[in-house]
Design a protein around this ligand. Structure first.
Ligand SMILES: Nc1ncnc2c1ncn2[C@@H]1O[C@H](COP(=O)(O)OP(=O)(O)O)[C@@H](O)[C@H]1O
Ligand SMILES: [Mg+2]
Length: 283
């Protein structure tokens, strides 16, 4: 759908091929800093990218490259010192129910509420539903989508890590946000559950074609989950390249094309490490 664009440094919007539709999320030249007592930490430097409707847009990069910082900024919790983020044309200034976040941690559910109540609570409080029976119906629809119908009245502490993540995903999707933000949602799961969750996420996407911004530090996961992958380099986090990965998913895992793309990405990320090593040796 979108042509392969490879850029280094800040993305230049004029170099991209003309797009038929406006982006849902337009991130332009975004620099985000943390001020501590002693330091000013530049977490991201002039980062730019665009997420279009039904994109599975992945931000990939090593730990500390500013992935979570970017998501928190899209969510409206952190504000850029330079550049801007626009959601459906409006500058992001505060959190809103049009952006829902799914985290890595298993404790993101309210422990005193059941699976269903966790979802209905979000629906009522997020303003998506004003009546309880409508909220119940929507909650049940999404509980079925993530295959937890037997657990609707169960409390989170009785669920496995994978099941808790399914509830968090169901809750996020039930809100029908303009964009679903996922920050390494499967990183704390065992390998088999992680693979299963990747498959389920793709099946859910086939079903509803939601727009998702997904963060990971796993190259394999990026290629499986992503239709487009933004590769970032650290200190400070900058865009290194943007690659097309829509041809690849679980079905092509283990195939030549998949492995080639994985190697290409690996080399891009690894190129940085070599340079850093050189600086340490000679600098
Ligand atoms: N609350 C904070 N205060 C100061 N520095 C922070 C804070 N959160 C993150 N950082 C720094 O910002 C950089 C990017 O962090 P983060 O966005 O969490 O990276 P990632 O999610 O890619 O691992 C890191 O250098 C990190 O140490
Ligand atoms: Mg992070």
């Amino acid at each position: 759908m979108h042509s392969e664009v490879t850029t280094t440094g800040a993305a230049d919007p004029t170099s991209a091929a003309p797009k038929p539709d406006a982006p849902i999320l337009d991130v332009e030249g975004v620099t985000i800093q943390y001020k501590t007592k002693e330091h000013l930490i530049t977490a991201t430097y002039r980062v730019g990218f665009q997420v279009f409707e039904a994109d599975r847009f992945v931000i990939l990069g090593p730990s500390g490259c500013g992935k979570s910082t970017l998501l928190k900024s899209v969510a409206g919790y952190l504000h850029p010192v330079e550049g801007e983020m626009r959601l459906n044309g409006n500058i992001v200034t505060e959190p809103g129910p049009d952006r829902v976040m799914v985290f890595q941690e298993f404790d993101q559910l309210l422990p005193w509420k059941t699976v269903k109540e966790n979802i209905t609570f979000a629906l009522m409080n997020g303003g998506r539903c004003s009546n309880k029976s409508e909220a119940n119906d929507i909650a049940m629809e999404y509980i079925q989508k993530v295959k937890l119908e037997r657990f609707e009245d169960t409390y989170p502490h009785m669920l496995s890590g994978g099941m808790k993540q399914r509830v968090a995903i169901a809750r996020g999707m039930a809100m029908e946000p303009a964009i679903l933000l996922m920050d390494e949602p499967f990183a704390a799961l065992d390998a088999l559950t992680r693979r299963q969750m990747q498959e389920e996420l793709l099946a859910l996407w086939e079903d509803t074609k939601f727009t998702v911004l997904f963060v990971t530090h796993s190259i394999e996961e990026a290629v499986i989950v992503g239709s487009r992958v933004l590769i970032m380099s650290p200190h400070p986090g900058q865009v290194k390249a943007e690659l097309n990965a829509h041809e690849h998913s679980i079905a092509t895992l283990g195939g030549d094309g998949f492995a080639e793309l994985q190697t290409k990405i690996h080399n891009m990320i690894f190129a940085d490490r070599v340079l850093e090593d050189e600086v340490v040796k000679h600098g």
